[in-house]
Design a protein around this ligand. Structure first.
Ligand code: ZN
Length: 608
């Protein structure tokens, strides 16, 4: 069974009473079989925090937080999963099972403790005599004393071994400091990694220091920013600076601001935008996006307009689209970062820019349009082609249509008779793009197992409609309906990983002819699915008309699958190289169309 840190999770779940765990934080009252209360994770006046004592699952219908016992402790105590387990296990007086896990846990604790002591050392140095010029620098950058304290900023003295010596006195060996990324070894001797630098502690989600970032104090010092290396505690691509401080505010603001450096993030927090986080010398990674997506579905990038980070973000547009995050870009004046801007123009001006952030693609269009302004016709047409090639990345549909018109209007520059001509020009360019892509695709075609090829070509995943969530909620509430319908569905019909995991658990129970219910699915489902599971299990579906709505939801989901299949086949048909291939695709297509019309009650389905 699943275990963490050597503890048996099932045993903890069995022995701990979730009501007892939750009660100190939430005043619960009975509502039918459930308990409800004011959610401790977001501000609210009417209770949307719901707990089912029977399954031990909880969910907040306001902020969408939810999960099991462990998830509650993770969130309320702001600790990582392993620690939440440990905390509960200790409370119940359970001993760890595997010595190896206990040892790993001890090593981690030691590393965290070293970081904590180093942070205290750097902070003391900043306050002391040696920190005078560092303090002057921070004041010059406009950082108040309070802010320095708040963010735990420190100073690494201009010496080879000040940290080594100070922590050495506390029995932390040079080897340990090296493993922690705080010292370096050369020719059998050791020296401090951070010297004569302003030190910014880098924290995990729970606010524990896991690494440091150091900013050079003198101009000739290279590099300007130096971070801890990756350690068992710290991975750059999985850490966002100030995330621990920003996560609450993000939920309130319903978006997150992403900037590129410590000072930018601090400037945002100081300017009353506490929902800002910073990347640390890397582009936004898929892990970053995932961290943020769990909190908000809108990001505002406030990067210097000619930064490499912004260019990388633009290239990563598909990553955002897949994650279902709406990414907007705030247009900062040329070569100003948020810190510069707030200091020169004031917090209000910056907040204004954030509120005017536009969708990523619009930002790109604006940039192209701005470059074309005042140029001759030939150059203007050239930039129109550039814009069309950007637009070609958007899948054909409502959004693309919107921008075709948007661009045409911009180019027509107030002359209504030109709008149509410009619109046609954009469309022609899009068609040329599609043709180029098709011929390119043909050239690169290699024989592939047909299943894999088919999967890859499905344009987009199934849309994350409410229908899928409602269906799973109904299955958990009415096991008989799950038994009746689950076999008609496939895991791939569900848009999110978590929904797929819940469905797979339902399906396994149905296949084994075991009763389906929240408790059984909880035991069966992949552990990662517990958040989604809580949501579905606690989402009460009204009993009246439940059978009808499940039947129509199943039909809808199957219909969506056939639609995807049809689209994919049509694309393959247009790209088929040989008559033989075309014939095979055509046959399959006929079958799909037949099934769709059958599903629609013998209605002829001719649309594509
Ligand atoms: Zn909530």
């Amino acid at each position: 069974m699943v275990s963490a840190g050597g503890w048996d999770l099932d045993e903890i779940r069995r022995r701990a009473d979730i009501v007892e765990v939750v009660s100190p934080y939430v005043r619960l009252r009975k509502a039918g079989r459930r308990l409800v209360g004011l959610c401790p994770f977001h501000k609210e006046r009417t209770p949307s925090f719901t707990l089912d004592p029977e399954t031990g699952l909880w969910h907040c219908f306001g902020c969408k937080a939810g999960g099991d016992l462990f998830r509650f402790v993770e969130m309320i105590e702001k600790v990582p999963f392993a620690e939440a387990v440990e905390l509960l296990a200790r409370r119940l007086g359970l001993p760890p099972r595997r010595p190896a896990d206990a040892a790993r846990q001890r090593a981690r604790e030691r590393l965290l403790s070293i970081h904590e002591q180093a942070a205290a050392f750097f902070q003391a140095q900043l306050r002391g005599d040696r920190g005078r010029h560092a303090r002057a620098y921070l004041t010059h950058r406009g950082l108040s004393e309070e802010c320095v304290r708040e963010f735990g900023i420190g100073y690494a003295p201009d010496a080879w071994d000040s940290l080594l010596t100070a922590l050495g006195k506390r029995d932390i060996s040079p080897q340990e400091l090296t493993r922690a990324g705080l010292a370096m070894a050369k020719d059998a001797s050791f020296y401090d990694r951070f010297r004569n630098r302003i030190i910014f502690p880098i924290c995990d989600m729970t606010g524990r220091t896991i690494a440091f970032g150091g900013r050079a104090l003198s101009e000739d010092q290279q590099p300007k920013y130096l971070n801890s290396p990756e350690t068992p505690l710290f991975q750059k691509g999985r850490t966002l600076w100030a995330f621990d401080r920003a996560r609450r505010a993000m939920a309130d603001a319903e978006h997150a601001i992403v900037v590129e450096g410590y000072l930018d993030a601090i400037a945002c927090h100081e300017a009353g935008l506490p929902h800002a986080v910073a990347t640390m010398g890397t582009a936004l990674t898929a892990d970053h996006v995932e961290m943020l997506r769990r909190r908000v579905d809108r990001l505002v990038l406030a990067f210097d307009s000619d930064s490499a980070g912004l260019a990388a973000a633009l290239r990563a547009e598909q990553l955002f689209q897949q994650a279902g995050v709406d990414v907007r870009v705030a247009t900062l004046p040329e070569s100003l970062d948020p810190d510069d801007l707030i200091r020169s123009k004031g917090a209000d001006a910056f907040r204004e820019l954030i509120s005017q952030a536009v969708p990523m693609i619009e930002w790109e269009f604006n940039r192209i349009l701005a470059r074309a302004e005042g140029k001759d016709e030939r150059e203007r047409m050239q930039s129109m082609r550039e814009a069309a090639s950007v637009l070609a990345r958007v899948a054909a549909g409502v959004e693309r249509e919107y921008y075709v018109r948007w661009l045409a209007q911009k180019w027509a520059a107030g002359k209504p008779d030109r709008v149509m001509a410009m619109e046609n020009a954009v469309r022609e360019e899009l068609a040329r793009h599609a043709a180029r892509r098709r011929s390119g695709a043909r050239r690169n075609e290699e024989p592939r197992p047909s299943g894999v090829a088919a999967e890859k070509r499905i344009p987009g995943r199934p849309p994350a409609g409410k229908v899928h969530a409602a269906l799973l909620a109904a299955f958990l509430q009415r096991g008989d309906l799950a038994a009746r319908y689950a076999r008609q569905l496939e895991a791939a019909d569900f848009p999110t990983q978590e929904q797929r995991a819940v469905f797979e658990a339902v399906r396994r129970l149905v296949d084994r002819e075991e009763p389906v219910g929240a408790r059984a699915v909880l035991a069966e489902a992949a552990f990662e699915a517990r958040g989604a599971l809580a949501e579905f299990a606690l989402d009460e579906v009204p009993e009246e008309r439940i059978e009808e709505s499940v039947a129509s939801a199943v039909q809808r989901v199957v219909e969506l699958r056939l639609q995807r299949r049809q689209r994919m086949l049509l694309q393959r048909l247009s790209e088929a190289a040989s008559g033989e291939e075309r014939e095979a695709v055509q046959q399959e297509l006929t079958e799909v169309v037949r099934r769709r019309s059958e599903l629609a009650g013998r209605r002829i389905v001719g649309d594509t």
